[in-house]
Design a protein around this ligand. Structure first.
Ligand code: ATP
Ligand code: MG
Length: 309
């Protein structure tokens, strides 16, 4: 059974510039235990979708089922089993770290709250900040606190909206490792948004692209990237680069040259297409010293798709 099922979800905002369909007829399913990435340019509708799924906003229309239950009917019960962390989560700024977490622990009915809080504070290296007021924390420290808050009730489903924003590289890495480990250990389902493509490519099993409120593509990173037609090739020569250039010209492949040693060109992103080209070099006795094939990345896909409009 899928953990989250969304059917024909719509959310419109009225603004000075007229109506904006932030979520425009979105339907999708998130499988139990998967880390599902939601990507899209600024304003695509990702946070609005997460806010609706986590009960912070009500949709205009559409249906949501979480843990197999109608979210509208069983909202309170369902809310006890998931949690949410966003980079901009409203914590009480005048309370201390500990006071904030105790309030949430009460809300979630956490047993052995003190012990649980301390464990998580240590995990995210903010135990020593527990008696400081939230207003005095750095943005990265607040992001860690929001993650601690999100894990208090041992959630079976986590909504993470740009949860690594503001974290230093080391902490961001620890957080990704923790999330992967938590996902593996508990089979927790995770909906994850981020503008860091590399982390999405690495930790998410499936990815959805959102654009102007609509889901325009769903798949795993490999499938999505395959759509990109080009793969970059770099051939290194210690001699004979002139001959190599002639071969590329003969094959009608346009290229650029670097330091009279390296030729750069693009080929179609299909696994076997490079072999006939390399065979030509070998036949004509133009050996190369090194070959680098650069596969397209999710980032390249994202940039290409965003610019196509
Ligand atoms: N409370 C609101 N009132 C009016 N318009 C809103 C509101 N919240 C979001 N919007 C608009 O809805 C659209 C989607 O916004 P949303 O925050 O969901 O995008 P996003 O994909 O999360 O973007 P980002 O990558 O910048 O976080 C935007 O055009 C935004 O201006
Ligand atoms: Mg957002």
């Amino acid at each position: 059974m899928d953990t989250v099922i969304v059917k024909n979800l719509v959310k419109t905002f009225s603004t000075r510039n007229g109506k904006i369909k932030a979520v425009d007829d979105v339907s999708l399913s998130i499988r139990k235990g998967e880390i599902f990435g939601l990507l899209g340019v600024n304003g695509a509708g990702k946070s609005t979708l997460i806010n609706i799924l986590s009960g912070l906003m009500t949709p205009d229309s559409g249906k949501i089922f979480i843990f197999g239950k109608d979210f509208e009917k069983y909202e309170e019960e369902i809310k006890g089993r998931f949690n949410v962390a966003t980079a901009y989560y409203a914590l009480s700024h005048n309370l201390t770290v500990l006071q904030n977490l105790k309030v949430f622990a009460k809300l979630y009915g956490v047993r052995n709250a003190e012990q649980k809080i301390n464990q998580l504070l240590e995990k995210f290296f903010i135990f020593n900040l527990r008696n400081l007021r939230v207003v005095t924390l750095s943005s990265g420290e607040k992001s860690r606190l929001v993650l601690v808050k999100a894990l208090l009730n041992d959630p079976e489903l986590l909504f993470l909206d740009e949860c690594t924003v503001g974290l230093d590289p080391d902490m961001a890495e620890l957080t990704r490792e923790f999330l992967q480990e938590y996902n593996k250990r508990t089979k927790c389902t995770i909906l994850f948004t981020s503008h860091y493509m590399e982390e999405v490519e690495r930790i998410c099993q499936r990815i959805a692209f959102m654009d102007e409120g609509k889901i325009v593509k769903i798949g795993n990173a490999k499938e999505i990237i395959k759509e990109l037609e080009e793969q970059k090739v770099e051939l290194h020569f210690s001699a004979n680069i002139k001959k190599a250039e002639e071969i590329l010209k003969e094959l009608k492949i346009s290229y650029t040259k670097e330091q009279n040693k390296i030729l750069h060109f693009s080929i179609l992103n299909q696994e076997k297409i490079i072999f006939p080209i390399l065979e030509k070099f070998i036949h004509k006795n133009v050996p190369f010293d090194d070959l680098h094939l650069k596969k397209p990345t999710l980032e390249e896909y994202f940039i290409k798709k965003s610019r196509e409009k």
